[in-house]
Design a protein around this ligand. Sequence first.
Ligand code: BGC
Length: 735
Amino acid sequence: MERLLTNNKYSGEDNKHYEGAYTQGNGYLNLRATFEEDLSGATQNDLYWRLPANVTLEKARHPKSKWGLYVPGVYGVHPILGEEIVNLPYGIGINLYSGGERLDMEESDYGDFSRSLNLSNGLLTRALVWRSPEGDIAVTFRRYCSLQHKHTIVQEVELCSASNAELEFESFMDAGVTTNGYSHITDRCGAYRDGLELYASTDSEQRIGMASRCFGGALGEARFEPMDVNGRIRETFRVGLKAGETVAIRKYVWVATSADEDYRGGIEEHLAAVVRASAPDEADFSVHEKLWKDKWNRSDIVIQGNEQLQNSLRFSIYHLLRSANESDKVAIDAKGYAGEAYFGHYFWDTEIYLLPFYIYTQPEYAKKLIAYRYRTLQGARENARRYGYAGARYPWESCVTGTEQCSNWQYADLEIHVTADVVYGLAHYCEATGDREFLLGPGLEMMVETARYWVSRIDRIDGEYRLMGVMGPDEYLPYTHDNAFTNYMVKFSLRKTLETLELVKTAGEPDCTAPLGVTAEERTMFAEIANQLAFGEDAERKFVAQCAGFEDFLDVDFDVVWTDRSKPFGQFISQERNYRSKALKQADVVALLYLFRDRFDEETKRNCLAYYEPITTHDSSLSYIFHSLLYNEIDDRDKAYAFLEKSLELDLGRKGAAEGIHIANSGGIWQAVVLGMGGFRGLADSDLLDVKPRLPDSIRALEYNVCVRGKWHRVAATHEGVQVKELIEERGRKD
Ligand code: BGC
């Protein structure tokens, strides 16, 4: 299986998009698809303040290129943005010189340019013919982040000159990098042993070590240059090229940090151990490919009849596989570690958009995401305390500690649904995988602690339970009361908590609730709020109001205000006016009705879609998918497909991936295909492997795998019917 994404034209205009879209990763590190060499007009050490803003409406910096090498778990402390992912020193640098000219995609004369990413094995290739002062030289760069040796990036440069030539091959590492215009690197130094070594510290007192070695018969003696004022170290080799002969040079780069699980003995010792243990050899690439193949065998989806969907779906799956981390100290940030927008923070995206893909096709990664929330429970407790509440309050923007990292008060203070979303994700995971141990241990603790938060956060006004002053998923209405999505999620999470407490009793499990100290009064409160908290449902009208008094907000004449629909609506209206208007940023009630699809009848779904869709701007990339999924629920396949189609474009077209991948949307695309048109209901709130596909006309057949309670199933759907086969192979489908 070879699946290539290819681009045949370099332009400074859209280069950053390809850097994001072709990002590589291996569960330890992630690397934007930047060029190995320096690019004129794309300095990487500019300092500026990226201030907290609405990311959807912000103007990004670094127009042409942004280096990005991220090891999740390495975080700096930004004075305003809080814990922020750190862009690591650029270890993979290679400059080529011929007759005094440096290869530079902005300045050099070249032809036959192509760059491609092979989705099946994560290999990035760039080829061009450089019309150098010494004649034409065909140059091919290849690189991959080894799946076998996770600390290692393997690079190759292949050179073939039309005439005899003598090049300079400069390998460099550069610590003069920034993250969102901020330097988290507090000290740095270089060393030379058998190759380059670079050491740096972050402002959170983490240590980073990097080593590189260059190999290849054509390389002359190395000339080492110590670190310059900008933080760059380099070694340069002469390379003699004979006319028509192909020469290959390899560079291995190792990355190690003090955040690594096996870190001990100081960064130099740790780096040396990493280099010893993970030197790749000739066989590395085939092992690497095999490991990628295993991942694909579980998660791939085969679609017949619709190439656009097939390709974008595989693009999404690639990024979901690439960005999943081996460690449960971190989750997956909003940009899939392919850029720096959102500062490397984790949102409700994790539970609601990403988790289903992992639960059903990579359950061990799903567990890591859930375990991450358990690891950060202490931070959630601190948040609750800081706000003056009991229990645990998960942050709107989470990072390594679990304390609130969002510096915009509206979201930080008000978007509290995330705490209930975490329990929704947890319950979904436990139900679908059957992981009772987690449910009755860490899971129950998370549930009880969040339930305690809700009890203290909810007000009793005139004898009624109310959840006042919240922002639902629709971020264009900040301060509302009784947001339906939030209230229903809270009811669900309290019910799940009670059910789980009950399970301990009935299952004859050893009573693990004692340390949690849940009192009878607390149980009564959980039950009372779960039953009595209202959420804007009008059973007669078959309608759900987004929040109390929603209809009183201002009507917007969209045709007058939103004069250019290629840009976000939010750019055409002041925030002050937007905040009191009936214009939704994203699915809110629509999301609720899908997530609890068995609780609401078809008429309510139809009525709500008819009411909310025309006033939803989809300014958030998270919006389309829930529209697709809910239209599918009411069997409007055309609309379901039309919304899915809009999401397919987000990272593949329109320069969309420049600041990173909309990874929640990638997870959403998987859901729209498997849980939507593919008919797999999932086990969040039902108990059956009940598959009812609803294929749109453009799709002849669809095949996918799902793992339910440890058993793998292959579902093959056509317009004529569906076949569900249990797979014997424990780890998924055999080739
Ligand atoms: C959306 C949020 C989302 C965040 C990160 C925002 O624009 O409105 O719902 O969690 O982006 O993806």
